[in-house]
Structure formats: structure tokens, C-alpha cells
Design a binder for this molecule. Structure first.
Ligand code: 5GP
Length: 126
């Protein structure tokens, strides 16, 4: 499959420094920053610097170094935020991909959600 990447999406603009962000951690291949509309006390987004639309695109085309760095960055952010289960109260990681997920920004991002009990993963519609 050929993935089409929109270079004008909001996270591409953040990566280019065109709009500000509240950075939590920077690595060679990734940026972690606070979500502008947090849904939990800790709501941090981790994105690769590379132009990947979603997780499928990333695991198909990213280098091993990018994939390793991304995973380690997610774990490091959780540890440094004090929410890893070994020292804290835990976290939830979510990534949306495609229309059924209601993905809003077409640049891969993992949501790290933590800081309160989040209940069940999904609530069934009434
Ligand atoms: P999605 O629905 O694509 O999985 O999540 C997109 C997330 O990006 C949302 O949680 C939204 O609040 C966040 N977001 C959208 N625009 C901005 C922005 O300009 N800055 C930051 N930090 N987060 C944003």
C-alpha cells in the first residue's frame, strides 16, 4: 500500500517548529509533548520525527532504529512521568488509525494517558 502523508498536518508543523508545543522529551527520532486538550491529568503524545501517517505505515516503512527509539521513548516518558507500574499507578497507551478510530491528526502518535483511574477501555454506545 502507498501511504499518502499530508505535510501540512499540525504535528508536521510542530516538528518544523512552526507552532509551539509543551515538550516532555526529545530523542534522535522522536518528540514527546503534552496534548493541548488533556483527557487525563497526564496526557502526553509521542510522535516519530519521520513522516508516517499511522502505526501501519510506521512499522512497514520505518527503520529498525526508528522503531526501537519510538518504543523506548514511550516507556521512558512513562517512567519519567512517574506512571510506570513499577513505581507509579500505571498508564494507558492508545493509537488511532483510520476513520473508525476517528484519528484526527494524520501523523502517527501514541497517546499516553495517566494520572487517574480510566475505567474500562471502551464504553458501549447506549
Ligand atoms: P487523534 O484523534 O488523532 O488520535 O488525536 C489527536 C490529538 O492531538 C488530540 O488529543 C488533540 O487534543 C491533540 N492536538 C490537536 N492539535 C494539537 C496541537 O496543536 N498541539 C497539541 N499539543 N496537541 C494537539
Amino acid at each position: 500500500m502507498a501511504y499518502s502523508y499530508d505535510t501540512e498536518n499540525i504535528f508536521a508543523k510542530i516538528l518544523r517548529g512552526e507552532i509551539p508545543n509543551d515538550t516532555v522529551l526529545e530523542t534522535e527520532h522522536c518528540l514527546a509533548f503534552r496534548d493541548i486538550a488533556p483527557q487525563t491529568p497526564d496526557h502526553i503524545l509521542v510522535i516519530p520525527r519521520g513522516a508516517y501517517v499511522n502505526f501501519d505505515h510506521f512499522v512497514t516503512e520505518a527503520s529498525d532504529a526508528e522503531i526501537l527509539d519510538f518504543n523506548r521513548t514511550v516507556a521512558r516518558v512513562c517512567k519519567e512521568a512517574g506512571v510506570s507500574p513499577d513505581t507509579g499507578n500505571g498508564y494507558r497507551v492508545i493509537t488511532n488509525a483510520g476513520p473508525d478510530s476517528m484519528q484526527e491528526v494524520p501523523h502517527l502518535h501514541f497517546h499516553i494517558l495517566a494520572g487517574r483511574n480510566m475505567g474500562a477501555l471502551l464504553v458501549k454506545p447506549a
